[in-house]
Design a protein around this ligand. Structure first.
Ligand code: NAP
Ligand code: 8YV
Length: 326
């Protein structure tokens, strides 16, 4: 890029140090977060901005937003999930979208196992018991659930799902799975129908993408099929679970318990869930360690740098193949 004018890149969301430091000497960065009037700011950049870096997955990029940047070629988004971006529209309009897969697989799988153990064995509740001084009056009650006699039905067996399944195998827990397609190189039993798997297992581990194709996949029927010993772990997106149906199923003990890392309207969590002692709630922290978040940020940077150098994107999403149709 020596001697050439630096390309203009819009940064949406937080000014994360890895992203800003990684990009600022290669491109001219414009910060949407600094704009007092966001529409006027976008209008002033419409002829120049050809790439966008999205620093956090809560920032939405729908067709209406992307239309405001008619020269847009590339969206480099933080997070493996990209349900906050209209990738289909982007693909149809010659825009390449990239995400940050793989670098977070093991971290998210660790969190999933942590959430499962916390839910089955009531560890957070037991800790609250100790801190409240209740141990002085007697032992914490024996947990009714155990991982020892459970079978986990994976809802999704992609990059992260497989890392979770490997951990479950090491724990001696039988694994089966549901996805739209059979995974050729695994020995776990495949269920083409989620409802059949829910009937056969007592634990569901959800790790599919969000968006319309999975909206309310875990509904009242699936929860009923899971049954009174059933535990639901949601590591995917809040939209994948019908939250009202889940609350009802927990209140009337249609299922035993749930461990949730994600919610329909984050960071707002329904008060009914907060008031329940027998569920475990994490504030969407699947990938949230410094090292893994830095690796995700770096991949946001590397995808922009590849675009700026005219190289193919490192991690384009399937809806926006490279080279783009322009
Ligand atoms: P991936 O490799 O693309 O795997 C997705 C899996 O879901 C595949 O097995 C896929 O199989 C299945 N799937 C997709 N659509 C489906 C549908 N409609 N019905 C049933 N199964 C479906 O994705 P990944 O890298 O493992 O990530 C999965 C998701 O986890 C992300 O998109 C994100 O939403 C979530 N996530 C959450 C956190 C967190 O902090 N809680 C962190 C990272 C990721 P088929 O295509 O064969 O159906
Ligand atoms: C993100 C995630 O950190 O990668 C994803 O899809 O859900 C997490 O790893 C989270 O989305 C931040 O908003």
């Amino acid at each position: 890029m020596a001697g050439e004018e630096k390309p203009d890149v819009l940064l949406i969301g937080q000014k994360k140090p890895v992203i800003v430091k990684g990009l600022e000497s290669h491109v001219t960065l414009h910060y949407l977060s600094d704009a007092k009037d966001k529409d006027a700011f976008l209008r002033s950049l419409a002829d120049r901005v050809r790439a966008v870096a999205v620093a956090y997955t809560a920032d939405r990029l729908d067709a209406e937003f992307m239309k405001k940047l008619p020269k847009l070629e590339q969206v480099s988004s933080f997070g493996v999930g990209y349900d906050h971006i209209d990738a289909k529209w982007a693909g149809e309009h010659g825009i390449v979208v990239t995400n940050t897969p793989d670098v977070l697989n093991e971290e998210v799988a660790d969190t999933a196992l942590g959430l499962l153990l916390c839910t089955v064995r009531e560890f957070p509740r037991a800790e609250r018991f100790l801190r409240a001084g209740k141990w002085l009056q007697g032992h914490y009650p024996l947990a009714k659930a155990t991982l020892r006699n459970r079978t986990v039905g994976m809802v999704g067996l992609g990059r992260i799902g497989r890392a979770i399944a490997r951990r479950l195998e090491a724990f001696g827990v039988p694994v089966v799975y549901h996805a739209r397609n059979r995974v050729p190189d695994v020995k776990y039993k495949y269920y083409p129908k989620l409802i059949d798997m829910a009937r056969d297992v007592d634990t569901l581990m959800v790790i599919v993408p969000g968006g319309e194709s999975t909206r309310n996949l875990i509904n009242a029927d699936v929860l009923k099929a899971l049954g009174p010993n059933g535990i639901l772990i949601n590591m995917a997106r809040g939209s994948v679970v019908d939250e009202r149906a889940l609350i009802a199923a927990l209140q009337d003990r249609t299922i035993y318990s749930a461990g949730l890392d994600v919610f329909a309207n984050e960071p707002h969590v329904p008060k009914e869930l907060i008031e329940m002692e027998h569920v475990v709630l994490f504030p969407h922290l699947g990938s949230s360690t410094e090292v893994t978040r830095a690796a995700m940020d770096q991949l946001v940077v590397d995808n922009i740098l590849a675009w700026a150098a005219g190289r193919p994107p490192l991690t384009p999403v399937p809806e926006t193949p490279y080279p783009p149709k322009r």
